[in-house]
Design a protein around this ligand. Structure first.
Ligand SMILES: Nc1nc2c(c(=O)[nH]1)N[C@H]1C(S)=C(S)[C@@H](COP(=O)(O)OP(=O)(O)OC[C@H]3O[C@@H](n4cnc5c(=O)[nH]c(N)nc54)[C@H](O)[C@@H]3O)O[C@H]1N2
Ligand SMILES: Nc1nc2c(c(=O)[nH]1)N[C@H]1C(S)=C(S)[C@@H](COP(=O)(O)OP(=O)(O)OC[C@H]3O[C@@H](n4cnc5c(=O)[nH]c(N)nc54)[C@H](O)[C@@H]3O)O[C@H]1N2
Ligand code: SF4
Ligand SMILES: [Mo]
Length: 692
């Protein structure tokens, strides 16, 4: 426990690249204030508006404080309180009965409600592995980008976020840092004050794009073509670092041939951007020494997302931007920390490991999976689902099918939650979980390069238990005897990292607990001398591993599934592309139920260009219906050129039950998967819009 000084030290648990250090003021056992730690360099004393409200969320009157069981029809959300003893008994009885017969009929469903390595996927994974449950492929967010990086750099690695402050050109590509990566934006502002040019590449004039020197509003899902077009110019005009290419890259000749297929004239048509803009962008990028790319996940939520990230990731290796610490690219820094995933999750507890691991279900197709009757290829029908750290009924694509799946009378559903979310409404057993201020955890970051310790600041609210305690409780009642299931949070945290790794040399868990955070030892310019983590040790323009999988070994442009190029007939019926990126005051669907933040967002909106609004008779403030073959939702129209022509934007992710029509953007999104990584394609979605 923290000493009862004036504040306790915590880590923001949310799925955000910034992983801030927090100071919590506790009075009489209640957290009354949470602020950014001024001593933590990446946090610089500032939290975002959402998490400044964290104490309000922790002590919210609607926090779940006792276990509950369903008393009404499925999905109605009526529950009666029960004891933990009864809750564990009910969970154990149902799961044991299924596990003894068809263990793969049990499925965990979790994502990043907390990014903590302990309360995320440690005891929970061990539990599901031990009972032989199906595995979940956790691909809802970043898997396409991660695959793009893996096949190009070897892992999720990139330039260090602090050095963007020294960059001379920054491409903010598929990223809206003012909403979703605030502490990077601070660095970009520093660079801007020193004279850097900021260029946003985004189909939407986001809060960030509005504040950049230039905004390139390409068509959604066409980033791979833009990157190849830039390469074409760099090659044609010989703006290349030949020495860097020769020493530290693989497959230049092949990439060159591919890039020559993408002259700016062709790319201009694909992207819906002037040819000269592409040429100028490439020239500026290539001729600036300290040229940096902050790309983010917004651009990889489309069919060609993995290839687009790969193409972008090649750019700094062509120009040698890696030579400077203020040059290079960053999508995720998550691969720098030496996390011991095997020790945390213990895949070896799976009955058939390693030769016959259990079935894997992609979380993006959860709707189809829950509605599947089971057969030889799919395997057994899903009979039980255990949801923690996620709100799939609100966040998963093709929501009509997701909700229909959760509504199945014969599905046994356990939900571990802080609040009665849209998903919790479908639970048979609803179990109250602790928040970050009430439990122990250890963190890495995917935006900066510190590892951090989170210590409990207050006692659990009500009868809440940590995820780890809940899974230990169920395991005990199932009479599982595996010791790994009963390790303490301390022990799990102590083994979460390979402390002997040179990035952590000299630090251990005791030390980390004491000091709060430790910066990993990584060179300022990590790839100045090559040292990529691919099999060849080079930046792989050409990937032999992809070739062996029967995939294109070179990055290419793949038109979105749902676009005039990808599906002309569909585009004729549903001519508008819809994207639903994060709203500034929500974190995915977290915080939507915090009144102060929800009232700042107001209500669900749809931004639509005047040229698209006029023929549909849509005026500012009209209630509109957005629809396609998968479903429909309503929103209030904002007629604005922030959305480029042909694009509509509905900032997300609303709780359905807190939206006027009980629906959200995922009514229209699809379960189709990306080219690489099996990621979701939330922004690869055609719709029509009409006045409601
Ligand atoms: N306030 C807030 N912060 C968040 C979140 C939140 O919900 N709210 N969510 C967190 C999570 S889980 C994640 S993954 C990150 C997400 O944050 P980011 O990685 O920044 O991704 P998005 O917000 O999805 O999209 C960023 C920008 O990409 C644009 N975009 C959409 N499609 C395309 C495209 O095809 N090409 C290009 N170039 N741009 C495109 C969008 O208009 C948006 O402005 O943010 C995290 N931080
Ligand atoms: N239309 C559309 N849909 C999207 C996106 C989009 O841009 N547009 N973005 C997608 C992306 S990038 C992501 S990452 C996903 C995010 O999807 P999710 O990971 O499901 O994120 P949240 O909606 O924030 O839900 C997390 C839930 O976990 C709970 N939680 C937090 N901490 C704990 C804990 O310690 N224990 C337990 N038991 N519960 C906890 C929170 O209360 C919250 O309800 O959504 C995706 N869905
Ligand atoms: S959500 Fe992101 S910016 Fe906000 S406090 Fe958490 S880590 Fe920091
Ligand atoms: Mo995400």
């Amino acid at each position: 426990m923290n000493a009862p000084t004036e504040f306790a030290r915590a880590v923001c648990p949310h799925d955000c690249p910034d992983t801030c250090a927090m100071r919590v003021t506790v009075v009489d056992g209640r957290a009354i204030k949470v602020v950014g730690d001024p001593d933590h360099p990446p946090t610089q004393g500032a939290l975002c508006a959402k998490v400044t409200r964290y104490a309000e969320r922790v002590h919210h009157p609607q926090r779940l404080t006792t276990p509950m069981k369903r008393i009404g029809p499925k999905g109605e959300g009526r529950f009666a309180p029960i004891s933990w003893d009864e809750a564990f008994q009910l969970a154990a009885a149902r799961l044991s009965a299924i596990a003894s017969r068809t263990p793969e009929a049990i499925l965990p469903y979790s994502y990043a409600g907390t990014m903590g390595l302990v309360q995320g996927d440690s005891i929970a994974q061990r539990f599901f592995h031990k009972i032989g449950a199906s595995q979940l492929d956790r691909t809802i967010c970043a898997a396409a980008g991660a695959a793009g990086l893996k096949y190009t750099y070897g892992a999720s690695l990139g330039m260090l976020t602090e050095f963007f402050a020294e960059s001379e050109v920054i491409l903010i590509w598929g990223s809206n840092p003012i909403a979703s990566n605030l502490h990077f934006w601070t660095r970009a502002q520093e660079a801007k004050r020193r004279g850097a040019r900021l260029i946003a590449i985004d189909p939407y004039r986001s809060l960030t794009a509005e504040k950049c020197h230039q905004h390139i509003a390409l068509k959604p899902g066409t980033d791979g073509a833009l990157a190849l077009g830039m390469m074409n110019v760099l090659i044609a005009e010989n703006i290349l670092d030949h020495a860097y290419i020769a020493a530290h890259t693989l497959g230049f000749d092949e990439l060159r041939a591919r890039a020559l297929e993408y002259p700016p004239s062709r790319v201009a048509v694909i992207c819906g951007v002037d040819e000269q803009v592409i040429v100028d962008l490439a020239r500026l990028y290539g001729s600036t020494k300290k040229a940096a790319i902050r790309t983010n996940y917004g651009l990889q939520r489309v069919r060609g997302g993995g290839n687009a990230v790969r193409a972008i990731a090649c750019l700094p290796s062509l120009t040698g931007a890696w030579r400077e610490r203020a040059g290079g690219a960053l999508l995720s820094s998550g691969g720098w920390a030496p996390v011991d995933t095997h020790a945390l999750q213990r895949p070896d507890l799976m009955p058939g490991w390693p030769s016959k691991p259990t079935r894997v279900i992609n979380m993006n197709a959860i709707g189809d999976a829950l509605l599947h009757k089971g057969n030889a290829t799919f395997g057994p029908k899903i009979e039980a689902i255990v949801v923690y750290n996620s709100n799939p009924v609100a966040v998963a694509p093709d929501s009509e099918r997701v909700a229909a799946g959760f509504a199945r009378e014969d599905l046994f559903t356990i939900v571990l939650e802080h609040f009665q979310t849209d998903t919790a409404d479908y639970a048979d057993l609803l179990l109250p979980a602790t928040t970050q201020l009430e439990h122990l955890d250890v963190h890495k970051s995917y935006g900066h390069t510190d590892v951090m310790a989170n210590l409990p600041a207050i006692k659990p609210v009500g009868e809440a238990l940590s995820n780890t305690d809940i899974f230990r409780g169920i395991a005990r009642r199932m009479e599982l005897e595996e010791p790994a299931l009963f390790e303490s949070d301390e022990t799990v945290a102590r083994n979460a990292f390979r402390w002997e790794d040179k990035a952590l040399a000299g630090v251990d868990w005791e030390e980390l607990k004491k000091v709060g955070w430790v910066k990993l030892a990584i060179p300022d310019a990590p790839f100045a001398e090559g040292g990529f983590r691919t099999p060849s040790g080079k930046c792989e323009f050409y990937s032999e591993r992809l070739a062996q999988l029967g995939l294109d070994p070179l990055p290419d442009y793949l038109p979105p599934y749902e676009s005039a190029d990808g599906a002309p007939e569909l585009a004729a019926r549903y001519p508008l592309a819809m994207i639903s990126p994060p709203a500034r005051n929500f974190l995915n669907s977290t915080f939507v139920n915090i009144e102060s933040l929800r009232s700042t967002e107001g209500e669900p909106h749809l931004d639509i260009h005047p040229t698209d609004a006029a023929p549909r008779n849509i005026a500012e403030g009209d209630q509109v219906r957005i629809f396609n073959d998968r479903g429909s939702m309503q929103a209030r129209a904002r007629v604005t050129d922030k959305a480029r022509e042909g694009l509509v934007v509905g900032l997300s992710i609303w709780w359905k039950k807190l939206a006027p029509d009980g629906r959200n953007a995922n009514q229209v999104t699809s379960q189709a998967l990306t080219d690489l990584g099996g990621s979701a394609t939330f922004y690869d979605c055609l719709v029509e819009v009409e006045r409601a």
